[in-house]
Design a protein around this ligand. Structure first.
Ligand code: FES
Length: 641
């Protein structure tokens, strides 16, 4: 008699197994993702499946009522205590007797897909580095001198095939009480990384509490984190705080200078950023109402200077050519190494840096946006004080950074400020009357709405880009960035400003103007950004790109039309210029939820061609040509300037 045929859906995997095989064993034999935490003891219910009965012509199978063994006492006990959904069986208890079709519901799948709510619509595979394993450990015995840890390791090896387990003093301290409290039954959180397994936490008995992971995007201005449920991939809490290092300098280079010029300066900044990270961990755990010790894995992305300062490495070499990193490789550490108040032996994975000025945050953007897999030639621009730029298509990716300076963040602008309530973020200028109207952060109303009564405090990065682009469109500034022609100064909105002129954007308290110096600062910043992009295009051997992705918080707020009018980015159809939101944060979340993404990004980063703008003569040429508005290189037939 032939063995029963087993078909699993939705995977479609099929094969024959010996009669009497449990569904869980059949799944393992056929390579089907069916979860189990208790190792088949009927405790965890992670192995639930839904058998079908009757004819399934699509699958070429007819399933008898008794294709599976009858409900057994273990299932009955679970059903009485917790309740099984109608028709569901525990895969570790049900035995296959004849041909059967078994559906694995999403909650029982080991590697589920997590819906990603970002601009790119690919889902994230759920395969975290942390797995829970319930084990029964042999009790000590006068005839067996082995230690409790050795017996725990032996149990994990025998019951879960986990060998060479690494442990830590922090775990060892509580090991004996945990084993006895659980009556020699414990749940171990095992952290699997490339080739190694570590014990991240241990609980008495079967652990049903939270299992969380944290993805951190450590920026020079803000630190943002997503706290995720590692069982489901769901985001439990998201939060951000200002990087406390700001008191040592607004931008990266001033922080590197502080480290260079001040005795103990680097150490002060390391302590400050670690305090900030610890505060973020506590705030997120509070928001999600879980203990911070339930955080078992952490991923971190950041630029090279933040990378060094968070790790306690002196950023001195990053302040001067050739901008050598202490290490560019991905790092597999423990969260406790940075003093994070997570589980004591929680993992900490820091994505690899791409080059001296292109950090792990850019690697995370690459992981999220996958320029290497793009069919269309894709330019990705992450704008900050340093723009990180990538150009990729079909397996080839180039990257560089460009020194845009802090103007895009509102610094160096006379009325500039960070993006915060009260900051002007949207601007329109009527080309006929040259009258402006604007929106501020914190209000949905335009300023010419009679109900508009929000305080106006300054202008942020997206606002300054829009106002200058709108001024160009309305003829209030010429292509060289100057205000001053008789036609321009005839406008009542143009005011004398020393020996130059300024545009009156807000005639209230405070009065907000856009000066010629402001325009000059933005011209320099956008010329640097454009020159970096153009350099990558030269290296790629192209004059045009198919798609432009604006990454980062700033990228999310820039209007593509205005960026094109200014010539910040190469010419493109505005519909092909999109925002990826916080792509670095998404990349950190992918690396957290899917451990297979880690070797993937490490391989990609090694393949990325790094271009150093500082030693490329063409960068200067592009920079000079790009200072005009839009710029001196592109036709920009699609803009309205
Ligand atoms: Fe845990 Fe079946 S594997 S209940």
């Amino acid at each position: 008699m032939t063995d029963p045929l087993v078909i699993f859906t939705p995977s479609g995997k099929r094969g024959r197994v010996a009669p009497g095989t449990t569904v869980l064993d059949a799944a393992r034999q056929l390579g089907v993702d069916l979860d189990s935490v208790c190792g088949g003891r009927g405790i965890c219910s992670k192995c639930q499946i839904q058998p079908g009965t009757g004819a399934f012509p699509k699958h070429g199978i007819t399933v008898a009522e008794d294709a599976l063994s009858a409900f057994n006492a273990v299932e009955q006990r679970y059903d009485d205590k917790r309740g099984l959904k109608p028709g569901r069986r525990l895969g570790c208890q049900a035995r296959i007797q004849s041909d059967v079709l078994l559906d694995v519901p999403p909650e029982s799948q080991l590697h589920k897909q997590v819906v990603r709510k970002a601009a790119t619509h690919r889902d994230i595979r759920l395969d975290p580095a942390i797995r829970l394993a319930y084990v029964e450990v042999a009790q000590p015995d006068m005839h067996d001198p082995s230690g409790d840890l050795e017996r725990l390791k032996a149990a994990l090896a025998a019951q879960w095939e986990i060998d060479n387990l690494q442990t830590d003093l922090a775990i060892l301290k509580n090991l004996q009480t945990t084993l006895r409290k659980g009556d020699w039954k414990v749940t171990a959180a095992i952290h699997h990384t490339s080739g190694a397994s570590r014990l991240a936490a241990l609980w008495p008995g079967y652990y049903e509490g939270p299992v969380a992971g944290l993805a951190i995007d450590l920026g020079s201005t803000t630190i943002a984190g997503h706290l995720c449920d590692l069982r489901t991939g769901a985001i439990l809490a998201s939060s951000g705080l200002m990087n406390p290092q700001i008191r040592f300098g607004e931008d990266l280079m001033s922080r590197v200078s502080y480290a260079m010029m001040t005795e103990g300066g680097a150490g002060e900044m390391t302590a400050a950023v670690r305090d900030g990270l610890a505060d973020l961990v506590r705030a997120l755990a509070d928001e999600a109402q879980i203990p911070a010790e339930a955080i078992l894995d952490v991923t971190l992305v950041c630029n090279p200077v933040m990378h060094h300062l968070a790790l306690g490495l002196d950023p001195y070499e990053l302040g001067q050519a050739p901008f050598a990193l202490a290490t560019a490789d991905a790092l597999d550490l423990k969260a406790g190494d940075l003093g994070l108040p997570t589980a004591p032996f929680a993992g900490l994975y820091i994505l690899p840096c791409i080059a001296g000025h292109v950090g792990a945050d850019a690697a995370a953007v690459a992981l999220s946006e996958e320029p290497d897999r793009a069919e269309a030639l894709t330019l990705i621009v992450d704008v900050g004080t340093n723009a990180e730029i990538m150009l990729g298509q079909k397996g080839r990716v180039l990257a560089c950074s460009s020194p845009t300076g802090p103007a895009f963040e509102g610094a160096q602008i006379s009325a500039g400020q960070r993006a915060a309530p009260g900051a002007i973020e949207r601007v329109e200028i009527d080309p006929a009357t040259r009258t402006p109207r604007f929106k501020v952060i914190g209000s949905d109303l335009w300023s010419d709405d009679p109900a508009f009564d929000s305080p106006v405090t300054g202008i942020c990065g997206s606002g300054i880009i829009e106002v200058i682009a709108e001024m160009r469109r309305a003829g209030l500034v010429d292509a060289t960035g100057l205000i001053g022609s008789p036609e321009q100064t005839a406008s009542t909105r143009i005011l004398p400003d020393g020996r130059t002129y300024a545009f009156l954007l807000h005639d209230g308290e405070p009065q907000i103007t856009v000066t010629n110096a402001d325009i000059r600062a933005i011209q320099m910043a956008k010329a640097a950004l454009y020159a970096g992009a153009r350099l990558l295009m030269d290296k790629f051997g192209t004059d045009a790109v198919d798609r432009i992705v604006l990454a980062g918080a700033f990228g999310a707020h820039i209007s593509p039309d205005h960026a094109l009018i200014l010539g910040m980015i190469p010419d493109a159809d505005p519909v092909n210029v999109t925002s990826a939101g916080n792509a670095a944060g998404t990349g950190a979340r992918i690396a957290l939820l899917d451990k297979t993404a880690r070797p993937r990004i490490e391989t990609l980063v090694r393949k990325i061609e790094k271009i150093e703008t500082a030693i490329e003569p063409r960068f200067q040429e592009h920079f000079v040509a790009a200072s005009a508005i839009p710029n001196g290189a592109d036709p920009f037939p699609l803009t309205r300037a």
